[in-house]
Design a protein around this ligand. Structure first.
Ligand SMILES: *[C@@H]1O[C@H](CO)[C@@H](O)[C@H](O)[C@H]1NC(C)=O
Ligand SMILES: *[C@@H]1O[C@H](CO)[C@@H](O)[C@H](O)[C@H]1NC(C)=O
Ligand SMILES: *[C@@H]1O[C@H](CO)[C@@H](O)[C@H](O)[C@H]1NC(C)=O
Length: 426
């Protein structure tokens, strides 16, 4: 042990020459320091103070972490993947290290798959404040020993069943793996991981995702613009803040049409693809919709040049997309992921939403609207008279209109209600 750089003799005002005395003096001082320090920080064991001060409610020494690969694909696939990573961390009793999302759509721009930090899109502190006790997000700076890591290779392919995946996760929650400070999942994107959790667990995590202010302000601008047009057209007597509007998530672009035709063939169902004519006809037949009303069309950018999407709607439906609305510049400032997040907000806040049950975007909008109703104690969740009515245009409902749609929150898996299904629980 090396002696510190002070002179014990001067310190005590005594004359001590021999090494023995110096050591004895040092020991006394060291013991004094211990006695003063220890009661205040009982879990002090050489952990840097920065970690100790993070959260007084957590026993930091026990903090273990999970790291997942960069999250990819569309906004809502990324949200599902993120939730799945959170639920995996929860199952392993670990904190999820804040993952990277992707700003671009990777199947279109493979070479430009830009990563974007989670906290550039969603509020980090707010996430933990809302989800605390259920799941927790951590930062890389909290990991004290980055070498104390185990790499977990998740299986893939046909033979990697849900049961095998679940078994593997259970094992990784136990010894010897539970000893590692960090488990790093390597391999495929979390979106393609198996689904082991009920819909309500996903919904709980989605509720903790709050957009950063910069993005929600952009959505405010678009929503105000839509409502202002309602006022201009005197479509209803209502103050600006409550001027109602309809949002239609129109999936009719080429990529989607190819994808949905394949899906219809594979699943042997005919109610996935809707042509723009079918969408116009069904939305125009919603029973009880008060017109005239402004209608926001959430469409892919390729369709902004196609004027036919603005024509041929029933009288009283006043169609606008981002170009006609004059907000294209607001969108174009941002990468794909943020543009999609703005569109999502506009659809979420609409008075009446119409989408496709096979789209993750539409499905998560409906899931969130259903949850808003549940939080307000609304019992009846289907139809035009509810607080946040939603419809599916790919399914036929009453009077040739779209089918009423609400998410079944007691479903045992997310897939059954949020994509790849036409269950509307109405
Ligand atoms: C997680 O922690 C809880 C309570 O501390 C415990 O009951 C459970 O067995 C733990 N699970 C795993 C996988 O370690
Ligand atoms: C597809 O569905 C139709 C009607 O639902 C049924 O009659 C037909 O046998 C099915 N085809 C296959 C290959 O499952
Ligand atoms: C919701 O899901 C549960 C579990 O799968 C099922 O028992 C119930 O019938 C569903 N309810 C509706 C209205 O579809």
């Amino acid at each position: 042990m090396e002696l510190p750089c002070f002179k014990p003799s001067k310190f005590f005002g005594l004359h001590m020459n021999s090494l023995t005395y110096k050591c004895a003096a040092f020991l006394v001082i060291a013991l004094l320091f211990r006695a003063v320090w220890l009661p205040r920080s009982s879990n002090f064991r050489g952990i840097p103070n920065s970690r100790l001060s993070l959260d007084p409610n957590l026993d930091n020494e026990k903090l273990k972490f999970l790291e997942v690969p960069q999250i990819v694909w569309g906004l809502n696939n990324q949200k599902i993947a993120f939730a799945r990573a959170c639920l995996t961390a929860r199952m392993l009793n670990r904190t999820l290290l804040m993952p990277s999302l992707s700003a671009s759509l990777f199947y279109k721009e493979v070479d430009q798959l830009r990563s974007i930090s989670f906290d550039k899109v969603f509020q980090f502190e707010e996430f933990n404040a809302r989800c605390g006790g259920f799941v927790r997000l951590g930062r890389y700076s909290e990991v004290s020993d980055t070498r104390d890591v185990f790499e977990l290779q998740k299986g893939s392919g046909r033979r990697w069943t849900v049961e095998k995946d679940f078994q593997q996760l259970r094992e990784f929650g136990k010894a010897p793996y539970d000893e590692y400070q960090l488990i790093r999942v390597v391999g495929k994107n979390p979106f393609v991981w198996h689904d082991h959790w009920p819909a309500k667990d996903y919904a709980k995590i989605f509720e903790c995702l709050v957009l950063v202010e910069e993005i929600s302000r952009e959505a405010d601008k678009v929503v105000s613009k839509i409502r202002e047009i309602g006022v201009e057209k005197r479509s209803r007597v209502a103050p600006l803040q409550t001027m109602p509007y309809v949002a239609v998530h129109m999936r009719i672009e080429k990529d989607w049409m190819i994808h949905c035709k394949k899906l219809e063939h594979r699943l042997n169902v005919s109610e996935i693809c809707s042509s723009k004519e079918q969408i116009k006809q069904r939305v125009g037949s919603i029973v009880g919709l008060e017109t005239p009303i402004v209608m926001y069309l959430a469409v892919a950018d390729d369709l902004l040049e196609d004027n036919s999407i603005l024509e041929g709607w029933s009288e009283g439906l006043l169609p606008y997309e981002k170009k006609k609305l004059g907000v294209l510049d607001t969108y174009k400032k941002h990468p794909y992921l943020i543009q999609s997040a703005i569109d999502y907000e506009v659809c979420l806040r609409s008075n009446v939403f119409v989408g496709n049950t096979f789209s993750t975007f539409s499905s998560l909008v409906v899931l969130e609207r259903t949850q808003l109703m549940m939080n307000e104690g609304v019992e009846q969740r289907c139809g035009i008279d509810v607080r946040w009515p939603s419809y599916a245009y790919n399914l036929e409902g009453e009077s040739n209109g779209p089918r009423r749609w609400a998410a079944n929150m007691s479903d045992v898996s997310l897939q059954a209600i949020s994509y790849g299904s036409n269950h509307v629980s109405c």
